[in-house]
Write a protein that binds this ligand. Structure first.
Ligand SMILES: Nc1ncnc2c1ncn2[C@@H]1O[C@H](COP(=O)(O)OP(=O)(O)OP(=O)(O)O)[C@@H](O)[C@H]1O
Length: 754
């Protein structure tokens, strides 16, 4: 093997030399493109300045400016491509590839050796020295064990003999490790990767993608892909690799702008933000559900998932919680839709269109326009027809106002300069000019009304929704109205309200998005998912979740979830992939954590060893001292240490308790970056994240009764290497039930008596 390694290193050296050569050329081209662009921009700026005051030259300047603009845009485009190429070559020059396969294709005379890396690279004669991990043939690396293998090509299924599979870890052009393996992707390299300490940003898993993850990544057949995976099984990692794969696979007709990822919080968005760039792809749009809704309800403060969660924890039996549960069901959405479709004209909550306090089109007029549309039409068609008629009515009103006194007054107030700029390109005939000015002045005054029509402000959707609620449940309507008075909207009302609005108005759909990803989908209610399907009618959905980490809903089986989704959302080709192996945590942590779940055997630990979790049982007198001691112990080995609480209120309190002795940072839902040092965060903000060491705070029966099992499981499963649970007072029954050999119990209560 030593000799083999020498030969492989020689090849690495040769390839790296070629990459560096190309890098030099491309860097020079990039430099050149930058210089050209700034020259064009400078020129464009000057041209734009020279002629804008000379009215006669304006048209010519515009044409010239347009041409220059196009030139700049083209330059920017080629500069972006070059920039991307330089970045890719730079990363290849340090680590050109991670895999090698020797295959003999059935219809070829000879065997060949292929090297697989983050991107493809060919020499001047177009010989591929590196194959992109997403190329069809590369799937052998991830899927095949030695012997007969098959892979899909655009031309159909191709078979081959896989004779050798080799894994590398190359850094700064040097082979650090090299293994031959008969497995799909051998454990040895994975062991190495998983033993490392956590980093500020998530890393890509391209070199060690596991077979079951590969099926998620390369799936192009299904319009609904539901991934149910245990904590740490690589759902997020696989989803990001999948995005990179889809972009490569459909280069011609899919761009990052046509994809959107719904993520649990901003911290998470930032945490994963480096993965796609590290694979040579642009980041896609990321949004949290509350942000997405906020854009649709201007002027209102939308409750976010966390406030909603904290309200539920604090008040799980309240009427509000019960009502919200009803609003979150698919059935509720169906009822809202039906209501909207069947609303009689007299019940529609139209509002007059006014300008500066004066009614321009009355409510009665709007209603009569709606009434005049064919009653057999669906509500949205009748509505858009009404919209059309309203615009026409406004245009007529403009004509009727042209010679009114208020317009004459405005006309007289115009300066020469204003008149000149408002009549560019017109004849010098004073009559023509006056008419044009009058037209312009009235149209401008009416502009807010056109905007109001465009934005559907002539129907009061909130009042309509409130009436709908009243018909079903007066208390629900009262609670909604109270919130609205304070310009607030609970999360549970967003989806039904938008469905009501869109069914009535026919608006609110985005047909451009082709791929939609939802991480932590178990926290989405059926009503929200239904709304997203409605809002993105052309998108394929990839939903990633773990029903056991459901903080806000109750867990249900993956198959049932798939069935419900398929039926409710009308997908044609739905597929479920289950991931049972947990990669994040050491074997000891996984063996402990999985006992919190009802069917514990479904989680397979990855065989990376560490120390058993510790359970510190304290009382009011000594917990602080013990906690500080534990942090200090962990600090000698790890930098990423998180104390996870159940709510943000507890997090703040804990920070205050510790303040005199220890500096900590409490994370809030508006934080987007993980700070360094000891952090305290509520469990819902820890979703999707991981830390070297985790301390779960106050695992007492009071805080973690059996019904909070999922919350405790989510918190504990954030730990990679070390897990500590600290209880104050009566310990949680949940932990008492766990096999005592799987953790280390340290009881500090009644020390004096012992
Ligand atoms: N094939 C793999 N190779 C290397 N590391 C992996 C692989 N799969 C997962 N991991 C690592 O395991 C950890 C957990 O992965 P990830 O966060 O994607 O899991 P998840 O299923 O989304 O977790 P959770 O639902 O608990 O938030 C990450 O550190 C990730 O890099």
């Amino acid at each position: 093997m030593k000799n083999e390694k020498r030969i492989e290193q020689q090849r690495v050296n040769q390839v790296v030399a070629k990459i560096k050569n190309k890098l030099t050329t491309k860097t020079a081209e990039l430099q050149q493109a930058r210089t050209e662009r700034s020259a064009v921009e400078k020129n464009y700026g000057q041209n734009a300045k020279i002629n804008t005051f000379e009215i006669d030259d304006q048209m010519e300047t515009n044409a010239e400016v347009q041409q220059q603009k196009q030139l700049v845009a083209k330059n920017i485009q080629s500069e972006d491509i070059l920039d991307q190429q330089v970045k890719t070559l730079n990363s290849l020059s340090s680590s050109p590839y991670f895999g090698r396969i020797d295959i003999h294709e059935d219809d070829e005379p000879e065997a060949e050796t292929l090297y697989i890396g983050n991107a493809s690279f060919a020499d001047k004669k177009n010989n591929f020295l590196i194959y992109d991990w997403r190329a069809p043939v590369s799937s052998i690396y991830y899927n095949g064990t030695l012997g007969q293998v098959a892979y899909q090509t655009p031309g159909g299924k191709q078979t081959a003999q896989l004779m050798k599979k080799r894994q590398f870890r190359i850094k700064q052009g040097q082979i650090r490790q090299m293994f031959d393996t008969n497995e799909t992707v051998g454990d040895q390299l994975l062991q190495e990767m998983l033993s490392e300490h956590s980093t500020e940003y998530m890393q890509n898993i391209v070199a060690t993608i596991q077979q079951e993850q590969n099926t998620i990544i390369r799936d192009t057949k299904h319009d609904l892909l539901l991934v149910q995976g245990v904590a740490g099984s690589g759902k997020t990692s696989a989803a990001l690799q999948r995005i990179a794969f889809l972009l490569y696979h459909s280069r011609e007709n899919l761009t990052a702008e046509q994809m959107v990822l719904f993520s649990p919080n901003r911290l998470f968005s930032n945490y994963i933000s480096e993965v796609l760039p590290s694979l040579g792809e642009n980041n896609l749009r990321q949004v949290t559900l509350a942000e997405f809704f906020s854009k649709r309800f201007e002027g209102l403060k939308i409750e976010n998932l966390f406030n909603s969660f904290e309200q539920q924890v604090a008040d799980s039996n309240s009427i509000l919680t019960q009502i919200n549960q009803i609003k979150q069901s698919a059935e509720f959405i169906r009822v809202v839709r039906d209501y909207a479709k069947k609303l009689p004209t007299e019940s529609l909550q139209f509002v007059p269109l006014s300008l500066a306090g004066r009614t321009i089109i009355t409510q009665r007029k709007i209603r009569s326009l709606y009434q005049a549309t064919p009653a057999a039409w669906p509500a949205n068609l009748r509505y858009s027809e009404t919209k059309k008629k309203l615009r026409l009515l406004l245009r007529n009103k403009i004509q009727a106002n042209l010679n009114k006194d208020w317009v004459t007054d405005k006309l007289q107030d115009l300066s020469d300069e204003q008149i000149r700029s408002m009549t560019v390109g017109l004849d010098n005939d004073p009559v023509v000019i006056e008419q044009a000015l009058r037209q312009r002045l009235v149209t401008e005054s009416y502009q807010p009304l056109f905007q109001a029509i465009y934005n559907d402000y002539f129907i009061d959707i909130y009042k309509q929704y409130s009436l709908f609620l009243t018909e079903n449940d007066e208390t629900a309507a009262d609670l909604f109205n109270q919130q609205l008075e304070f310009h607030r909207l609970t999360l549970a009302d967003c989806a039904p309200l938008l469905i009501l609005r869109d069914t009535l108005t026919g608006s609110g759909q985005n047909h451009q998005i082709k791929q939609l990803f939802i991480d932590e989908m178990q926290d989405y209610t059926p009503a929200q998912l239904l709304y997203l399907k409605h809002a993105f009618p052309n998108a394929h959905f990839t939903l990633l979740g773990d029903s056991e980490q459901a903080l806000y809903t109750t867990a249900q089986s993956a198959k049932k979830t798939l069935f419900d989704l398929k039926t409710a959302l009308h997908f044609k080709h739905a597929q479920l992939v289950e991931l049972n192996k947990s990669y994040r945590s050491s074997q000891e942590i996984t063996l402990f954590v999985r006992q919190m779940l009802p069917v514990d055997e479904s989680i397979q630990p990855f065989s990376r060893h560490g120390t058993r979790p510790e359970w510190l049982i304290c009382d009011q007198t000594n917990w602080k001292e013990r906690l500080l001691q534990q942090i200090s112990n962990l600090h000698t080995e790890f930098t990423s240490i998180a104390i996870i609480t159940q709510t943000s209120k507890t997090a703040m309190k804990l920070q205050a308790y510790l303040r005199p002795q220890l500096k900590t940072t409490v994370l809030q839902s508006n934080n987007y970056k993980l700070p360094s040092g000891i952090i305290i965060l509520p469990v819902y903000l820890a979703k999707g994240l991981e830390f070297d060491a985790v301390i779960v705070y106050d695992v007492s029966e009071l805080e973690y009764p059996n019904k909070h099992r999922s919350i405790l499981y989510t918190a504990c499963s954030r730990a990679m290497h070390r897990l500590t649970l600290l209880s104050i007072g009566t310990p949680a029954e949940l932990i008492e039930q766990i096999d005592p050999t799987t953790f280390e119990k340290k009881d500090f209560t009644n020390q004096l008596l012992k």
